[in-house]
Design a binder for this molecule. Sequence first.
Ligand SMILES: C[S@@+](CC[C@H](N)C(=O)[O-])C[C@H]1O[C@@H](n2cnc3c(N)ncnc32)[C@H](O)[C@@H]1O
Length: 266
Amino acid sequence: MKIDFQETTDDLAKRIDIHSRYGSKDIDAWMLEVLNLQPGIKILDVGCGSGKQCFSFFHHLNGKAEITGTDVSESLLDEAREKNKAIDHAIDFKHLDFNEEFDLPSNHFDLVSACFAIYYAQDIPFTLSEMYRVLKPGGRLFTTGPMPTNKQIFYDIIREATGKPIPPMPGSSRYASEIYGTTQKLFSKTEQHIFENPLTFNSVEPFMVYTRASMSEDRRLWNSLFETHDEFETVMNQIEKVARKRIEADGTLVMTKVVGGFIATK
Ligand SMILES: C[S@@+](CC[C@H](N)C(=O)[O-])C[C@H]1O[C@@H](n2cnc3c(N)ncnc32)[C@H](O)[C@@H]1O
């Protein structure tokens, strides 16, 4: 399966903002709790985007860690580097395409993290084996992604609005099955943690900001619903009508994010 995916700075930032404003739980706090990071460790973050997890790890450890953040998107790396100025460039941000061999030494990192990214890999066993290679023996891999029950209401609304089936999403269709299975085969020990975060919308506007950001740059995944800009706008109007009707009927619209976190030990 070839997945051509490029997150834009703007779409990612909008979704992160909606999660923090309308969610009741803090995903960064959950990650830090399940990971129990120790000072002095070497961390590689793959698919770091604008550096959300890198900065969270850095601040949690009071800077006592060697952190490398990597991504294929130069614009997201530039944004991360901009934020990195505030901490005196303490994090090393560099280009890495996880569909190719990592230009990094073997047996080097204590933790490799890949948050909401690995399911875009063309060849999951290849990418996971590169992650395994660069980990020290006893080192841990942490991946996160949406579970199959993730944001059911979002997909229900799109289905009702368009009358069409939801195309397979790489995250929810690959994460709990293919990625967990391959991780279990490669690593000596694997554990699974679940994070649930209900996002409560009292009006349709923030839900539509989320929907637009989620569907616009992922548009290749949704091409059975729209291809042109006009078709995209038509679908957004249909979705907005259904979402508005539900909010009027129920008072709120609650979209629950259900995220899995897999910790695997080399
Ligand atoms: C949903 S974002 C997550 C970013 C960040 N971890 C976060 O949670 O904010 C997915 C990231 O995977 C990156 N990505 C997609 N394909 C990639 C590839 N082939 N190699 C490296 N990163 C990739 C995207 O550029 C994007 O930054």
